[in-house]
Design a protein around this ligand. Sequence first.
Ligand SMILES: C[S@@+](CC[C@H](N)C(=O)[O-])C[C@H]1O[C@@H](n2cnc3c(N)ncnc32)[C@H](O)[C@@H]1O
Length: 329
Amino acid sequence: MFETKILKPGQGSHATREQLASTVDEGLTLKKKCLPSWLIFDNTGSEIFKKITELAEYLPAACEFEIIRNHKDDIAKLINIDTFNLIELGSGDGCKTRILIEHFLNKKLNFHYFPIDISNGAVTNLVRSLENDHPDTSLKVTGLAGDYFEGLKAITQDDSKQNLVLFLGVTLNNMNSESAKSFLTSLRESLGPKDYLLTGFDLMKNPKLLYSAYNNVLFEEFNLHLLDRLNQELGANFNKKYFVQQGQYNPITRAVESYLYSTRDQTVHIKALNKDFHYRAWEAMQTEQSFKFTLDEMESLAAENGFEVVEHLFDSRKYFVDSVWRVAH
Ligand SMILES: C[S@@+](CC[C@H](N)C(=O)[O-])C[C@H]1O[C@@H](n2cnc3c(N)ncnc32)[C@H](O)[C@@H]1O
């Protein structure tokens, strides 16, 4: 069974024009202009991000692929109920999860896969490609296009099944402590005592390695795509030619911060807001942040938000960890 359901509007490609407009207005009126990275993730943004994850220098993806490949059996061992839900928050193209799906199918496990993503295109493509690859299996897939928690609400109402929730990639790294707290609180409230969360964290490493991961042609294209989206959806008149991207590790905030720099003095009009925004030459607008964790910081984050760490799954260089958590009792 393969199906896709569209949930209520939320963020990303599902945001209503009003939600987009008010987020952009808020971010561009700040003294230091700053827009949230979810704005980049419409269908095209998700496609560019998929290409980034295939770059050798983008270590988070390379390391997490290695973890999933090497620890798929450890992950399967978390399942102790006959039928379970494999729920993926922000599935994107589901590339890493496909390794687990193959493994679970080979082990004849009985599960229902629910990829949830605000990118409608990403969910639809993922469901379609799983259907093509597995036409004659017992695999059940319900793609949910919408916000994480709208999706979770739709699935976890039936608490008879065990849920293995995947939150792969670096999305928790991208959240500031307030957003991470609110995300983890909502997640904890959606999970039962037999459920597990497998969540990815990019760990602190040599800043030179961090630099090359966040400074390449594709990363620049990804960040600049934000301007395309504002032009298309809000009638803005950004000219991408007059912006460049750079990411750097900031030891004070302990995050890699990505900025679009205006290469000249310019004024941009946004029709949907009926407003002009001025950029001074070389003014920076932040478009992304990725906090880098030590293991201790990550374990404190779990404890402070009502989770207990069950185990850590590392890549061979310990650059990244997929950590298995459950709700603390
Ligand atoms: C950094 S990508 C990670 C993709 C994939 N999990 C991976 O590891 O490559 C984050 C994904 O989360 C999705 N996303 C971001 N905010 C979301 C939200 N509030 N609800 C659902 N999906 C969201 C984006 O569309 C994107 O596909």
